[in-house]
Design a binder for this molecule. Structure first.
Ligand SMILES: [Zn+2]
Length: 173
């Protein structure tokens, strides 16, 4: 059997099955398959997020509906949150360090998210690239780490984070 790369996302693993040429999302209860290719991979990762945390899944889908420019980054944002990479600073100062986010792809890298009273900033390379999405107020640059920080804060502010969230007020931005 050929080696497989497994990606743990919350309660599920996502992998590519070279024999069957399909992406698979597996939990203790189920094994779901998706077509080969990038869209199949994204669908497999989205399913892992949905199975792990339905409320987070809904938040991310709403985020994309409001900010389509975040579409390609959204499952990465979900992975960062589900895999515990986001650590909010308790009672953060009005200006200064707000959170740290461990890199999704590099174990030895952690990014600092700071707030200057107006914008969030991240220490990653993506944050300053021309194609980094800019959203809503103040044209906030929104790398995956900034978005994951904002979504995590939103979830923590909810009384019951794992209840389905359906109101407009629940939007993370
Ligand atoms: Zn970043």
């Amino acid at each position: 059997m050929l080696p497989r790369t497994l990606h743990q996302i919350g309660v599920a693993t996502v992998s590519y099955n070279r024999t069957l040429r399909e992406w698979e999302t597996e939990t203790e209860q189920s094994l779901l398959s998706f077509p080969a290719g990038k869209s199949g991979e994204a669908a497999a990762r989205w399913k892992a997020i949905e199975l792990s945390n339905p409320a987070l899944f809904i938040i991310l889908k709403k985020m994309i509906a409001n900010y389509p420019e975040l579409q390609s980054r959204a499952w990465k944002i979900g992975e960062l949150i589900l895999n515990g990479h986001v650590k909010l600073v308790p009672s953060p100062p009005d200006e200064g360090l707000f959170a740290t986010v461990k890199s999704r792809t590099r174990d030895d890298v952690t990014h600092d998210i700071t707030f200057d009273g107006y914008h969030f900033r991240c220490t990653c390379e993506d944050f300053w690239k021309d194609n980094c999405p800019r959203i809503r107020w103040h044209s906030q640059r929104t790398c995956t780490h900034v978005a994951a920080t904002m979504a995590t804060r939103h979830i923590q502010q909810e009384e019951s984070p794992y209840e389905p969230i359906t109101t407009e007020a629940a939007l993370p931005y």
